[in-house]
Design a protein around this ligand. Structure first.
Ligand code: SF4
Length: 248
């Protein structure tokens, strides 16, 4: 497996858990705001044997979880094998994905505990192309969501990073409508975009951080709605909070 970096312990990648984070190399999207652009270069990092990764996980007694992120982890040919071996170790296992490879996700579900799916925007071809830099197969994203909806044993989070120059309140409304119509029952997280060095200086002015008040106003219309899923806000003020608590 091609790995670009490993964080031994993180308390922000999986809610309420300490986790080791494994960053895989390569992605099939080309989002300009990507925080981990270095991972999009095929030459970064190195190949790890599954045994080597399992030894690192086994001996890391500080964490009770493992988060595999990227890049797009589902592009790794031996991801399934790694998930099977991590399950044997007994750590809680979370996979990040952009949702474009349902055929891989379907094979992983017996061995994982959580999926965090980055829904880049409403499922509209031009909109998603503008955000991701590629033609996204909308049917594949829907297939991933529909499949995971049927697996109540998997903690399923769908999250959207809010970037003012790419999204607006109508888009958030379209996403909420889509999830409601699809019978989504997990957690939807609206998260604040923040510039980091990984994005690149040239994009600093193009993508600005939305302020807390703007994000609160975006989620406010949904606090009284009887939705089959929970809505969370993740930003620098509230951390990670269900919206009901923000408006208490
Ligand atoms: S899908 Fe994620 S990892 Fe891939 S380019 Fe976009 S932000 Fe980066």
């Amino acid at each position: 497996m091609k790995i670009g970096g490993i964080i031994d312990i993180s308390t922000v990648d999986i809610p309420h858990k300490s986790a080791m984070v494994i960053f895989t190399v390569g992605c099939n999207f080309k989002c300009n705001f990507c925080h981990n652009k270095y991972l999009l270069q095929p030459k970064v990092g190195r190949e790890y044997e599954i045994n080597e990764l399992i030894n690192l996980i086994k001996t890391n007694e500080l964490v009770n979880g493992v988060s595999i992120t990227g890049g797009e982890p589902t592009l790794q040919h031996d991801l399934l094998e790694l998930c099977i071996e991590i399950q044997k170790v007994g750590k809680y296992l979370s996979i990040d994905t952009n949702g474009s490879r349902p055929e891989v996700i379907k094979k992983l579900t017996p061995y994982i505990n959580r999926i965090a799916l980055d829904l880049k925007g409403p499922l509209e071809p031009e909109k998603l192309k503008n955000i991701t830099g590629v033609n996204v197969d909308l049917k594949k994203i829907k297939e991933t969501i529909e499949f995971l909806n049927k697996h109540q044993d998997i903690d399923f989070e769908i999250r959207t990073t809010y970037i003012e120059s790419l999204l607006n309140s109508e888009d958030i409304n379209d996403i909420i409508d889509l999830l409601r119509n699809m019978g989504f029952k997990g957690s939807f997280v609206l998260q604040q975009y923040q510039f980091s060095e990984g994005v690149g200086e040239e994009f600093k002015q193009i993508f600005s951080k939305p302020e807390h008040d703007l994000l609160v106003n975006l989620v406010k219309p949904y606090k009284e709605l009887d939705l089959p899923f929970s809505i969370f806000l993740r930003d620098e003020i509230v951390g990670y909070s269900i919206i009901d608590k923000i408006f208490d």
